[in-house]
Design a protein around this ligand. Structure first.
Ligand SMILES: [Zn+2]
Length: 64
């Protein structure tokens, strides 16, 4: 098992560490944390889509 960073402690868009941040928000669709700089940006939308796509792939097929 590989070491896994706590994704709930970092911005899912820019991967900035938010464990010390008071200003993080959560993306409504992914439930992942997002920093103030990324919130509402195109980058957030793209990362949101990527996150949802990867989740969807995991659900559709685990046979690869
Ligand atoms: Zn960010």
């Amino acid at each position: 098992m590989s070491e896994q960073k706590n994704i709930m402690q970092e911005c899912f868009v820019c991967k900035k560490d938010l464990s010390q941040s008071q200003n993080k928000s959560f993306n409504a669709r992914t439930n992942l944390p997002v920093c103030e700089e990324c919130k509402g940006t195109d980058a957030e939308k793209k990362a949101e889509k990527d996150a949802l796509d990867s989740l969807a792939e995991g659900f559709v097929c685990g046979c690869i």
